[in-house]
Design a binder for this molecule. Sequence first.
Ligand SMILES: Nc1nc2c(c(=O)[nH]1)N[C@H]1C(S)=C(S)[C@@H](COP(=O)(O)O)O[C@H]1N2
Ligand SMILES: [Mo]
Length: 157
Amino acid sequence: MMLSRRLALSALLAAALWPALSTAAEPVLDIHAHGETRHLSLEDIERSDTGEVTMRHFEGPEGTFSGVWLNDFLADQNLDEASRLRFIALDDYTSFLTPADREGKRFLLATRLDGTPLTPDNLGPLMLVVPADAEAVLKGDAPMSQWIWSIDEIQAR
Ligand SMILES: Nc1nc2c(c(=O)[nH]1)N[C@H]1C(S)=C(S)[C@@H](COP(=O)(O)O)O[C@H]1N2
Ligand SMILES: [Mo]
C-alpha cells in the first residue's frame, strides 16, 4: 500500500516537474567561436556564477532578473580573451562588446525573471543588463544601447 502510493506520488511529481526540466535542457544560445558552433541550454549557462537585480526594464518587464555574470560565463566558455563579441537577437538587432566595455561595466546575462525562464514575450531567452546602471538608465542618465534583449546567438573572435 505504502509503496504504490509513493510510486503514484513520484509519477505525479515527475509529470509536474517535466516541463521545467525539459525547458532548462533545451538549447537557447548558439555560440560561434573559432569556426565551431556550441549549443547551450539554460542549464549549461547557469553553471556560471549567478547574480541578480531587482528593477524595471525600460521595455516594461519588472521584477528580479537573475542570470550569470557575463565575464564569468565567458571565462567558463573559454571566450574571455575574445577581442570582439557580437550579440545577435531574435529581432536581428546586433551589438558588439569589446574587452574595455566589459571591464568598465559589469554585465549580467539574465536568464530568468522572478525565477521563471525568460521567453521571447518578456525579452528572452537571454538579455544583457547592467545592474549598476538600472536607475540611471530609467532616468535617462546612462546609455542603454548595450542592453540587448532576446539574445540567441553570440559570435566571438
Ligand atoms: N533585441 C534588441 N535589443 C535592443 C534593441 C533592439 O531593437 N532589439 N535596441 C537597442 C537600442 S539601440 C537601444 S538605445 C536600447 C533601447 O532601444 P529602444 O529605444 O528601441 O527601445 O535597446 C537596445 N537593445
Ligand atoms: Mo539606441
